[in-house]
Ligand binder design. Structure first.
Ligand code: SF4
Length: 545
């Protein structure tokens, strides 16, 4: 078995197949599939999902080990769902010990089972950065892949996907894999974006063998981040009337997509939607035949959004303009460079004076409590502050990261549906962040890495933490990994409409975990006299370490 990193380095067009280790599919079945796929020499690895579509599946490490024993190189999906830093560290230690070095580091879909709660302690950029850090420290040769979706047709959403990819690469990701999509112009767009910036990171294009049923679901944005256009759905409907139910047409489309990806200059294809080794082998062979006429096929693979955003085409969507709040905040940050949201990190005598006053305040619990209440209420209405204690408003165009259900701090996940949040009925918060940055020509500042927050500071005054150097922020990250930084259960405001539903075993496990943590939290909150006292759901952010 050749290591995936070596295969990628060789520059030869490679294939990766997705193995959905879902709870529905018996493990024996997955392993039988792996044995057959291992016989196809072009396949460099089998990518083992975890939490695909928000469903808790089989243990991807166990499946990965068994897959490897059957001769197929595993690429294990590691998501940020349901895992705090300590759990992720444990998983990485296991992967290292088992010499399973290929990791697909992703945010992950919101767990379908979680009606109101889920654990999202870190985001995918922070995850990639941590694995890269671990690689440097321990010498474990982890090979990190990350996800990107060029198939975003809302202006800011799309721009942020590309910017976030740059962040992931800067953090240590060595390969990117696209989300599913059937729009060759978008495949080219991503490639051109990277080429223009001199980024040589290999990208695998997603080739999903799409059935009529799956297309109809994707047409409504399900699973999150996957979208199929009306035109594509109509074609698939027609194809499904064939005696074989449209199978041959689906495989042909897959082979044509591979040929196009090869022609564009992608490093390989990531095949999903079929596990059948014969079908995959056929598509690979057929793609070779079709490769010389890829440009013709390129014109056929155009199932984008007609009025959607394309970076290198005339943009039908109006460019954002500067709004009042960021203008005022920026002006205040420039005039008073010592405020917590100022862009400069320079030390100054004023900053030292304020720090001295806050040290005194910090020694008086009652006073610091009232100060925390003052800060919280002054920010709550304007920014939706949730008292995280590690304020990064200044690095996020004055949009609070805690208003993102997944608590991302470095950009959007891939789950948006035309700019709307995957989890709750709201616009993705990152649309606003990007729009504000674009309006003020500061998009490049969004490339700043924002470290995971110190969750132990939840419910404390972030301004105090800032001046006393206690918080975790860009340029001053706290290493909370080795000490097993506490995780957090994210609770969604009951007033907002959830797009996910359906209790399951995972939900029950989470609920049990919460119930267990509740008495401890109540004690802690009582002692501190801060966290959770407002009693509103959105404020009930709790430790779930
Ligand atoms: S302190 Fe945390 S929760 Fe409050 S506005 Fe700042 S980032 Fe958001």
């Amino acid at each position: 078995m050749k290591a995936l990193a070596e295969r990628v380095k060789s520059g030869q067009f490679l294939y990766m197949t997705e193995l959905v280790a879902s709870g529905l599919k018996r493990e024996a079945q997955v392993l039988e599939i792996a044995s057959k796929l291992a016989m196809i020499p072009e396949i460099a690895a089998g990518s083992i999902t975890s939490y695909a579509g928000g469903q808790l599946g089989q243990d991807s490490i166990r499946v990965g080990t068994a897959v490897r024993a059957r001769g197929l190189v595993p690429n294990v999906h590691l998501t940020c769902v349901g895992q705090d830093r300590a759990t992720i560290d444990k998983t990485l230690a296991q992967l290292g010990a088992l010499e399973m070095h290929n990791i697909f580091a992703i945010s992950g879909d919101w767990p379908k089972a979680a009606v109101r709660t889920a654990v999202f302690d870190i985001d995918s950029v922070q995850l990639a950065a941590h694995i890269a850090d671990l690689r440097a420290r321990s010498g474990t040769p982890f090979f990190i892949s990350c996800a990107v979706s060029p198939f975003k047709y809302q202006r800011e959403d799309c721009l942020y996907q590309y910017l976030k990819l740059e962040k992931k690469i800067a953090a240590g990701a060595e390969m990117a894999i696209t989300q599913v999509g059937w729009d060759a112009t978008k495949f080219v767009e991503l490639k051109k974006y990277l080429d223009e910036r001199g980024i040589k990171t290999p990208v695998l294009g997603n080739v999903y063998v799409l059935s009529r049923r799956a297309a109809e679901r994707m047409n409504t944005g399900n699973p999150p981040g996957c979208w199929a256009s009306d035109e594509l759905v109509a074609i698939l409907k027609k194809e499904s009337e064939a005696p074989d139910g449209g199978l041959q047409a689906r495989l042909e489309r897959g082979a044509r997509s591979i040929a196009v990806l090869k022609g564009i200059g992608y490093a390989g294809a990531y095949i999903g939607g079929t596990h059948d080794a014969n079908q995959i082998r056929w598509m690979i062979r057929r793609a070779e035949e079709l490769a010389p006429k890829w440009e013709e096929l390129y014109e056929e693979l155009q199932f984008g959004k007609k009025d959607g955003f394309y970076l290198y085409k005339r943009d039908p969507q109006p460019k954002p303009t500067r709004t009042f709040l960021p203008t005022v905040m920026d002006a205040a940050g420039t005039t008073l460079p010592f405020v917590p949201w100022a862009k400069t990190t320079k030390e100054s005598s004023v900053k030292r004076m304020i720090a001295g006053a806050f040290r005194w305040l910090d020694r008086h619990p009652m006073l610091s409590h009232w100060f925390e209440r003052f800060e919280f209420y002054s920010k709550k209405e304007v920014f939706g502050c949730q008292n995280c204690g590690n304020c990064v408003l200044g690095s996020m165009e004055y949009v609070c990261p805690q208003t993102c259900p997944k608590q991302m701090r470095n950009g959007p996940c891939g789950g948006t549906f035309h700019g709307a949040c995957e989890v709750i009925d709201q616009e993705c918060i990152w649309v606003k962040v990007m729009a504000r940055a674009e309006a003020s020509n500061t998009i490049n500042q969004l490339k700043l890495f924002i470290p995971p927050p110190d969750r132990a500071l939840t419910g404390t005054a972030s301004w105090l933490n800032f001046y006393l150097g206690r918080d975790s922020r860009p340029g001053r990250p706290k290493d909370l990994w080795r000490s097993g930084g506490p995780g957090r259960t994210v609770e969604i405001d009951q007033d907002v409409k959830l797009q996910t539903a359906g209790p399951s075993a995972a939900d029950q496990a989470l609920a049990a975990r919460q119930a267990k943590a509740a008495p401890a939290k109540a004690g802690a909150a009582g002692g501190a006299g801060k966290a959770g006292e407002a009693g509103k759901p959105a404020e009930k952010m709790r430790q779930a370490g």
